[in-house]
Design a protein around this ligand. Sequence first.
Ligand SMILES: Cc1cc2nc3c(=O)[nH]c(=O)nc-3n(C[C@H](O)[C@H](O)[C@H](O)COP(=O)(O)OP(=O)(O)OC[C@H]3O[C@@H](n4cnc5c(N)ncnc54)[C@H](O)[C@@H]3O)c2cc1C
Length: 450
Amino acid sequence: MTLLASVVSSSRARLFACFLRLGSQQASPLQLHTGASLAAKSHYEVLVLGGGSGGISMAARMKRKVGAENVAIVEPSETHFYQPIWTLVGAGAKPLSSSGRPTANVIPSGVEWIKARVVDLNPDKNCIHTDDDKKISYKYLIIALGIQLDYEKIKGLPEGFAHPKIGSNYSVRTVEKTWKALQDFKEGNAIFTFPNTPVKCAGAPQKIMYLSEAYFRKTGKRPKANIIFNTSLGAIFGVKKYADALQKIIQERTLTVNYKQNLIEVRADKQEAVFENLDKPGETQVISYEMLHVTPPMSSPDVLKTSPVADAAGWVDVDKDTLQHKRYPNVFGIGDCTNLPTSKTAAAVAAQSGVLDRTISLIMKNQTPVKKYDGYTSCPLVTGYNRVILAEFNYNAEPLETFPFDQSKERLSMYLMKADMMPFLYWNLMLRGYWGGPAFLRKLFHLGKS
Ligand SMILES: Cc1cc2nc3c(=O)[nH]c(=O)nc-3n(C[C@H](O)[C@H](O)[C@H](O)COP(=O)(O)OP(=O)(O)OC[C@H]3O[C@@H](n4cnc5c(N)ncnc54)[C@H](O)[C@@H]3O)c2cc1C
């Protein structure tokens, strides 16, 4: 019996929800965490919470500033995942193994790895507490705790993942189920969802739809597939230029998009999904599926929701230009856990890391931060097994394109960048604190243009 098949009781379901929530972070239980220190100090000049994309990148940059021995990262997971590749894993285009590396290998050498969960933040006393009852104090704090996956907010999940025909690219534990459901598809509805909450990589819920459509075409199943994107949003994408390009693809490939439809229940034993109509409270619709891809509701990590560093919605309350906390000047935030009003992506984290590096440098010298984050974020909209529309934009949802060609066109070159070039950049430059986004390339390619 598989682990999933054994998840039947509600308490087990809650435990499983916990695993899924940590989906991007949990490790193979067989790995030894050789990099974690057994005798960590109790005070650091720079303390980083979270060892994901933002945390590791910033630790590498801070190491160069204050010395490795003065930096520590609090991170419980033994495996670090490059999550953007899960879109391709779910479509069978990359193996899951290509997405993860031991955390010990990505922690900058000499930086302390405190292998624990943060359970409490006390910015008034410049300290945090961990789940193994340690108190750690700091001079500067960088919060990079990511976003939380709330599968259990959908009735019938996460235990529904024990059944076939359902998957989710958002968790390491369910991404391969998407690929299985795709392969098992015979005929009927293939449904893709988008929740009624902020999400990371807002393009990912529809990328897997385009890939699935391409897969059905390739395998001769397309005439028997009714492909439906049920989204809580009122538009296909937030930037007009790319939304127009996507609408064209949706029409050409006869995909059905239903707006303001929010998944509230999965009856996995009957292969039924229940949606609420956000425009008509109380109205629900039950749709049978042959394949269901779930994008879960997401929220700020629980440890932040009630902490003094959070805004009313639970996100780390930072200045949108400098990433410095609005009330605690020695506290900074980066990535998905912040209230920066931009799309939550690793590409955004890269650009933020360059700005935050400059901000902290100046704060350390008692100077005023000058470098401003423009909200740069990017979403490689995978529209097939060899096609990508590369959306890049700023806080104002204005395109901020790197390359000197129209990026709203589907291109093989952009697919190769997404599938091969970006992972290389991530592991070799970004996590080592040497990639602050493509702004310099943009300047280079657009030299001479006004
Ligand atoms: C399916 C999918 C597709 C995506 N596609 C793209 C894409 O094409 N392009 C792109 O740029 N981005 C993409 N992303 C988004 C990208 O992966 C995230 O935006 C990025 O990883 C955010 O970095 P972060 O540091 O904020 O959070 P994360 O990288 O998620 O790191 C958060 C870290 O905090 C740790 N943590 C959590 N709670 C605690 C605690 N209490 N104590 C200590 N540590 C804790 C976690 O273990 C984790 O390591 C995609 C994501 C997914 C899931």
